[in-house]
Ligand binder design. Structure first.
Ligand SMILES: C[S@@+](CC[C@H](N)C(=O)[O-])C[C@H]1O[C@@H](n2cnc3c(N)ncnc32)[C@H](O)[C@@H]1O
Length: 204
């Protein structure tokens, strides 16, 4: 499985997302675009990918989207935001103790957790996409890819990352990209250099 985490330290995990004003405040437009580029291909869904969207809160919360099970994820920013909002709303309805995972809509699990707890349960090594790291070419190492949202990672997130046992830093060259574009570039590198199976993605 391909595993990605995108961290949005300053985005609130609100019970209601304003679908008419996604870009305001926490940049939920970018969160929705990351869901699309992380999991969708032109004609299908990447059933080989798990995407974790971490919202810094309050409360801090992770939405885990499993490409094998997600349904109703369509290539429209508003529709994708609506699906994520549905997942958030159902987490609020259950109001579980922190860290107890809640299966919300099909293929989307919500978990109240801070960034450190999220990092602790990731497959190692954690591969941080970092603008200041040397540019990477060719096959990607196996591990979990970590990408910063519109503001990158916060100080507390970097401190939590610093105590992880295995962190690799990978750069994608001199151009600084938005998080959703980074997901596309990493998928491209994995598709072309790590042996994606042509036609191996499940249907929508
Ligand atoms: C828009 S950037 C984050 C904001 C930026 N760090 C800032 O100063 O506000 C989004 C994320 O994409 C990743 N990224 C963007 N361009 C990159 C590059 N050329 N190489 C590696 N990672 C990159 C990083 O993880 C970064 O945190």
């Amino acid at each position: 499985m391909r595993r990605f985490v995108v961290a949005f330290p300053s985005t609130a995990a609100a019970s209601k997302v304003d679908l008419h004003n996604l870009a305001d405040g926490g940049r939920f437009d970018l969160v929705a675009r990351c869901a699309m580029t992380g999991l969708l291909t032109s004609h299908g869904i990447r059933s080989d990918t798990v995407l974790e969207l971490h919202l810094g809160g309050p409360p801090p919360l992770t939405l885990t989207l499993d490409g094998r099970k997600v349904t109703h994820l369509h290539p429209s920013e508003r529709a994708a935001a609506g699906l994520l909002q549905e997942a958030l709303s159902s987490w609020y309805r259950v109001a579980p103790p922190m860290t107890v995972p809640v299966d919300t809509t099909p293929g989307i699990t919500a978990r109240g957790e801070d960034f450190g707890r999220l990092l602790d349960r990731l497959e190692q090594p954690i591969i941080l996409l970092d603008e200041s790291a040397p540019a990477h070419a060719g096959a990607m190492p196996p591990g979990t890819f970590l990408v910063g949202g519109h503001r990158g990672l916060g100080m507390a997130d970097l401190a939590a990352l610093a105590v992880q046992p295995q962190v690799l830093r990978v750069g994608l060259g001199p151009v600084h990209y938005h998080a959703d574009a980074v997901l596309s570039v990493v998928h491209y590198l994995l598709d072309t250099h790590n042996g994606a199976v042509p036609g191996g993605f499940g249907g929508l």
